[in-house]
Write a protein that binds this ligand. Structure first.
Ligand SMILES: Cc1cc2nc3c(=O)[nH]c(=O)nc-3n(C[C@H](O)[C@H](O)[C@H](O)COP(=O)(O)OP(=O)(O)OC[C@H]3O[C@@H](n4cnc5c(N)ncnc54)[C@H](O)[C@@H]3O)c2cc1C
Length: 403
């Protein structure tokens, strides 16, 4: 089999389809659009309501994606902003907040980070202790956040802080937009085991933020946090096995198949197993994509895909390492490193050639440990599925000592 079995391919409408015609006409006028032009056109997040998006249907969005890809037009990269801060501001922000933040965020001009996790509040996020105290036209924020991805590059952070210490933990939290250059914000890097600096510790020492940076109502931040986390789970569910980035199972199978490498019987089984997982995830993703694009807020089913996808990412990277054999112990070595330079072996790939591939797989292997932790651990996803989908009794709240 040279081609792949597509279990669920969508045939998109052709040349005369209005969204396709409009997109092509726009691209003809803007053959090399700037990020700002793309943002203003609505093509960065077409499913968002106008004027930020195009209020596009699921089908329109897929057609637009196809047209942008065909024209080699890349959308701005601003994952936390576009993936989860933006949808929450659209959901609950004031008109002023939408006008101020959405366009620069879509254009990738202002990077955002997420100030949720704290040293003592990760899975049990609602127990967070960073506090915000109202003082005239301002809030004064004090506390510590951790694992804050992109904090060192961000202009703004979505921030959860306790505004009523006497209320039950879920009911005393508010949701803010925090300028990351405000006096009192101190950012310290954390370098992970891949050697990269992506996340940080953030110390907030009497940081004054304007009253207008509250999103939604005072003490009603928890339901908004859930909107953000639901969108985060979807955003982390793209095609690549590393939260949407990096290679997928098909890429590994393709690599082995096209290189002509022989693998042991055990490895063949392992490859087939991860490929099957990848196909199931692809189907789940399409179902979820359809629901999201047709305007539904992501529900607990996003947890099903995240729980499966994160474990799958680890399986895939483990398999790639097993294919690499002894080379799997080396930094910068990809699954087919042993074959490098061997005569008659067609080592392929696309972009960037072999070096790119090696780096992606070796970093991917180390990075895959994070998959079942970030964005809510696998155990937490299981708890959500147990309660919200399966109707099982609630998890024991170990922190409050009650169920
Ligand atoms: C790559 C990466 C990027 C991140 N980026 C950000 C970011 O930008 N912003 C941000 O705010 N946070 C970020 N995080 C933090 C992430 O959200 C937390 O690590 C995660 O929520 C888990 O919290 P914790 O690390 O405190 O672990 P803990 O909550 O202490 O969990 C420890 C272990 O106990 C288990 N556990 C805890 N409670 C339960 C329970 N009730 N039932 C069963 N098992 C349980 C967990 O599953 C886990 O195995 C990031 C994390 C990673 C790995």
């Amino acid at each position: 089999m040279r081609g792949r079995v597509n279990l669920m391919d969508i045939v998109l409408p052709g040349e005369d389809y209005p969204a396709r015609k409009q997109c092509r006409a726009w691209l003809a006028e803007h053959p090399d659009p700037s990020p700002r032009e793309l943002a203003e056109s609505g093509y960065v997040a077409p499913h968002w309501p106008r004027p930020w998006g195009l209020g596009a249907s699921a089908l329109d969005q897929l057609v637009i994606d196809e047209e942008l890809k065909r024209a080699s037009v890349q959308r701005p990269q601003n994952r936390i902003a576009i993936g989860w801060a933006g949808p929450t501001i659209i959901y609950a922000g004031t008109e002023e907040q939408k006008q101020r933040y959405l366009l620069p965020l879509l254009a990738g001009e202002e990077i955002w980070c997420q100030l949720f996790s704290e040293p003592d509040s990760g899975s049990d996020l609602a127990s967070l202790s960073t506090k915000a105290v109202r003082d005239g036209d301002e809030w004064i924020v004090t506390g510590q956040k951790i694992w804050t991805t992109f904090a060192h590059q961000a202009k703004f952070g979505i921030l959860l802080a306790r505004t009523d210490p006497d209320a039950p933990k879920h009911k005393g939290i508010s949701y803010f937009i925090c300028p990351m250059d405000a006096p009192g914000v101190k950012i310290e890097p954390i370098v992970d085991m891949t050697g990269q600096h992506a996340f940080n510790q953030v110390f907030l020492d009497e940081v004054h933020i304007p009253a207008s940076s509250l999103v939604g109502e005072v003490n009603k931040g928890w339901p908004l946090a859930k909107v953000t986390l639901g969108n985060e789970r979807v955003s982390l569910s793209g095609e690549g096995a590393l939260w949407g980035d990096g290679p997928n199972a098909e890429a590994l199978v393709d690599l082995v198949r096209r290189s002509g490498a022989s693998v042991s019987r055990v490895l063949r089984h392992q490859l087939v197993k991860v490929w099957i997982e990848g196909e199931i995830l692809r189907l789940l993703r399409m179902r979820q994509l359809g629901a999201t694009l047709s305007g539904q807020q992501p529900g607990p089913e996003a947890s099903v895909r995240k729980a499966m996808g994160d474990v799958h990412g680890k399986h895939l990277m483990d398999t790639a390492k097993d294919v690499a054999g002894a080379y799997g112990m080396l930094a910068d070595a990809g699954p087919l490193e042993a074959l490098k330079g061997m005569p008659g072996v067609g080592l392929l790939p696309g972009e960037g050639g072999l070096a790119w591939i090696s780096l992606v797989w070796s970093i991917g292997y180390l990075y895959s440990c994070a998959l079942t932790i970030g964005g809510g651990t696998t155990e937490v996803q299981h708890n959500i599925i147990a309660e919200k989908i399966l109707g099982l009794p609630k998890d024991i709240d170990i922190h409050a000592g009650k169920t």
